[in-house]
Design a binder for this molecule. Sequence first.
Ligand code: F3S
Length: 771
Amino acid sequence: SLITSVRSISTSSVTPPYAKLINNLNLIKNLTSNEPMTLAEKILYSHLNNVEETLGSSNSLRPFRGEQYLKLNPDRVAMQDASAQMALLQFITTKLKETEVPASIHCDHLIVGKDGEKLDLQSSIATNSEVFDFLNDCAKKYGIQFWGPGSGIIHQIVLENFSAPGLMMLGTDSHTPNAGGLGAIAIGVGGADAVDALTGTPWELKAPKILGVKLTGQLKGWSSPKDVITHLAGILTVRGGTGFIVEYFGEGVENLSCTGMATICNMGAEIGATTSLFPYQPAHKKYLISTERSEVADAADFALSKGYLNADEGAQYDKIIEINLSELEPSVNGPFTPDLSTPISQYSKAVKENKWPEKISAGLIGSCTNSSYQDMTRAAELVSQATNQGLKPKIPFFVTPGSEQIRATLERDGIIETFEKAGAIVLSNACGPCIGQWDRQDVSKQSKETNSIFTSFNRNFRARNDGNRSTMNFLTSPELVTAMVYSGDVHYNPLSDSIKKEDGSAFKFDPPTGEDLPRKGFLRGREEFYPVKEPKPNPAVQINVSPESDRLQLLEPFERWDGKELKTNVVLKVEGKCTTDHISAAGAWLKYKGHLENIANNTLIGALNKETGEVNTVYDFDNSKYTIPDLMFKWKSEGRPWTVIAEHNYGEGSAREHAALQPRFLGGKIILVKSFARIHETNLKKQGMLPLTFANEADYDKISSKDVLETVGLPELVAKNGDNGGILNLKITKPTGESFIIPGKHTMSADQINFFKYGSALNYIGELKRT
Ligand code: F3S
């Protein structure tokens, strides 16, 4: 009867399978005697591959949190061009004819930002045609939607087209949680995880804990959704969300726009959260209707009436943080870490105390975090205020629309003209400067002099935007970036200060105003940017990868484990922060995302050697000096397996699986750290590496490069199927011959033990499909 009632509502291919999900939810409710559930739990557990098997004899979900691995069936997959290459190269090795769930490819990361949309797009297509053609061929062959260069940024397109309340999706990009702004559970993963979903293999996730964020009050004046998350990042730090899904609730949610909620969820990646989401709201319905998905809104209304799309009364959160939106002050986060949050009123003081640059050198707005109609109309309204006073930006000002739909709508409504008349450069609908594709003309990459940029982006690791390690990226709202470009002075606070005009009079901005959604509706824009709606697989399409290509290389399966203890040498002891940008740099290296051997030349080039204080420098046994990848290549050729030692939150940042593939390709066996970022740890396991943490953090100090590090009891551990996590002892032998044992900890599930045993998750999936 439930299925009939869902069917009576017209649904489309982007409507989540509510009937099945509600049936699963009811089954869980029966098995747990109606235990109150959070929204995240409802969505996640309704996507279980087998509810009864997972719950077993348990009559509560609570003990699962942070403990039990869940096998989930996501509804769809989205991939961006840089990570899609490796995901698809891996998919090809499975020899399947089509994907098991709907998927989309988005060409956004490989587009440079320099001269503006037209020229940048042309030159980026010319430079990357081999890759775009490869992705397009894969899309045609396997029936995947292909969003070509210029169509927009993955997360904006997902929000406009695919995200829906109660959906579960995987995306090969760490800001996939953006879709949680429309009530989906959307998780950033590596390509190998995406391949799980694409092949219909249940995808494994350790049941997250739930962090409730209660929003009260209402945003006003200069405060914006961005400030909610920059403020929260300040409270929680880059590690505070690790192992959690962040679920927002409270009456403060009611006044947020759907795209504002997406901004907040987007940057949940910066606190390490598995994902973030909001409960179904009237703002979601408005957004679904304005993006021409009223059938999804109707179906969601129905699902809500069955208790699927909200948290239950009495739902238990593992932790609750409360934010009063009425009291929220805009903040500026950075430099070099997204959690260093300074309220704008304190920023001038912080600049002096920290000796940050006194001038701002550029302002950039847009990116997947902040390129909604609301963001852009609020920023443009400030531009209009300044233009009306005869003011011009004092520093270069760049605007990146998130999608063709946003761009065309902004153009129709005069917003693009407002920006361009003021002298801003409107870049193509792509990632551009957010991912190091900023061909910056005013400051050289090698410049040692620090400079500050203000952006509305989400990430600010060193060298992230312009490839220059001395550029300090301060993250803030688009509104604040826009006001700051008219001053160029870090000591200016637009909330309280004035700008001096040429005639000597003072101008003070009024707080920005804008519109959540376009009154005249969205305009699709140029049709050539839209894919075939329901693509069908065409097995006749040939995928051609030239053996001469330096961009693409077909994959060879990694070798299986030989059943013995691992005996390695420590190649590098890393000090401090080591993000995926340090392990596999972006920027110019994006070019080699589809060529494992070539991109391996950037492995850990950003890492700081604890023993020498040098970046990208290591020493061989005879003390000869090497770059880190060069020594790894050398040891690989000598058949000498290695280990890297590092500190906390190793692999924080993005879902970049290259950060796991490259070490594996170069002969790495073990990564031993004080703690891991979740996605990276999973990625290492998927590629057949052994990720371990120190049971006693102090043991980090006892190990040096070139020490021999051996496992003790690995075959027994594998034979026991990993025991669902536990201790694996390690024997350390110093060059002097002295040796001792330290305990390491692993978190491998039974399946993940098989990844290790078979050499990689793909080898294992292949084995399962063949048997
Ligand atoms: Fe692209 Fe930057 Fe977002 S790289 S996907 S705009 S975080």
